[in-house]
Design a protein around this ligand. Structure first.
Ligand code: 13P
Ligand code: SF4
Length: 380
């Protein structure tokens, strides 16, 4: 081991926790929660493992977790059991100037228990590529009439890019309302970085596939499009995707319907359009949970989203019959990186006054991103 390497140093610091039994880890995390009370908030996204969710004060989808980060007066530290863009968003919202002033400048530390927990979709749109895209668009259309919309699964830099151009952030919970908001103001939308959420949402509004060119940032000119298709566009879709949700295929829907004709299929809108089109319902993780909670006993479901959430729904609703839509494994590898040893290590370092893995967005980026995030929280 090289003690000077940050990766090896982190592994070394973690190693006592990696050897502890789950009961000890739970007791130690609980001890910090008891000591800190409402000053510490552990947030958990629905895709987290069960044992991590059990230690979370609050759980939610991306929209709800953003609201929670923005609106907790007593909180002085957030440990975010989720992925990097969620922690960045929490940092921007929890430390926005208005809230900082109310706390006499005291920051809320936002901690991600494992720094490698990124989001492969967010990584598909780098700010330099998006700036190049905007410059090239300006050569063929009036960009004053293009609303940049970024899915919350994106870097803070992308959110700032949108915020400074009058644009907005959306989540899977408010994407439809955000498109209405955008079209009330401008003629076209540049939708970043998930082409599937963008396409699914726009198709539901009657926008045709031919009006939605896909911008491939690897192509040297106009994202692989010609002037005419950009000129005819209503929504320009960035070529991003979630590999977890792309594992769901239309044949999985057909297969489950063949085996169980009364099944209800519900999927996340990050799935490809062919899957969403064949499903009965689609929506954010919270919508999926709400639909299952509201269904009568004996309802049969096939659910197309991350496996930890589907397994938890199955445990929490034994009165219903819940199946995973795809035969292959569907865990989000990034979400899965957060575990009890890392959570324990993070909260104990916080309690010791040596916080680790603090996510801090620089002030200039945070200022731009906040513009787009505030708009997101106003559009439901
Ligand atoms: P939700 O906002 O629906 O929870 O989705 C977040 C996500 O990353 C889905 O892959
Ligand atoms: Fe990102 Fe997909 Fe994981 Fe969601 S499920 S955090 S979009 S990689």
């Amino acid at each position: 081991m090289n003690e000077n390497s940050p990766v090896d140093a982190a592994a070394h610091a973690l190693s006592p926790h990696l050897r502890m039994e789950p009961e000890e880890l739970v007791a130690r995390i609980q001890a910090v929660r008891d000591q800190w009370g409402p000053r510490l908030v552990i947030l958990g996204h629905h895709y987290q493992r069960d044992e991590v969710i059990a230690m979370a004060d609050l759980r939610g989808d991306s929209y709800r977790l953003s609201e929670l980060a923005a609106g907790n007066e007593a909180c002085r530290a957030i440990v975010f059991c989720g992925v990097h863009f969620m922690a960045e968003t929490a940092d921007i919202l929890a430390n926005q100037p208005k809230l900082l002033a109310r706390r006499d400048g005291e920051r809320v530390d936002v901690i991600l228990p494992e720094l490698a927990a990124g989001c492969s979709m967010a990584d598909l749109a780098h700010i330099d590529q998006v700036e190049t895209c905007w410059r090239q668009l300006a050569e063929v259309i009036d960009v004053e009439d293009v609303m940049p919309v970024t899915y919350v699964n994106s870097s803070a830099a992308l959110k700032a890019f949108c915020g400074r151009r009058g644009g907005i952030v959306c989540t899977s919970a408010n994407a439809a309302a955000v498109l209405d908001w955008a079209f009330a103001r401008r003629r076209r939308v540049l939708f970043l970085p998930d082409q599937h959420l963008g396409r699914n949402t726009a198709l539901a509004k009657g926008i045709r596939v031919e009006q939605m060119p896909v911008w491939d940032p690897e192509q040297p000119s106009l994202g692989g499009n010609d002037d005419a298709s950009i000129g005819a566009s209503r929504v320009i879709l960035w070529r991003g995707h979630c590999s977890v949700h792309l594992a769901f295929r239309p044949e999985h829907v057909r297969d489950v319907r063949r085996r169980m004709p009364d099944v209800k299929v519900i999927v996340h809108p990050e799935c490809m359009h062919e899957v969403v089109g064949e499903a009965d319902l689609s929506g954010s993780t919270s919508r999926i949970i709400r639909e299952v909670e509201a269904a009568p006993p004996g309802t049969r479901w096939a659910i197309g989203t991350e496996l930890n959430l589907v397994n938890r729904l199955r445990q929490e609703h034994p009165e219903q019959e819940i199946h995973f839509l795809a035969p292959n494994v569907g865990v989000c590898p990034s979400m899965y990186l957060i575990d009890l040893p890392r959570l324990c290590w993070a909260v104990e370092n916080l309690a010791a006054g040596t916080p680790v893995n603090v996510i801090r967005v620089d002030d200039r980026t945070a200022e731009g991103a906040l513009l787009a995030l505030k708009r997101m929280l106003e559009v439901k």
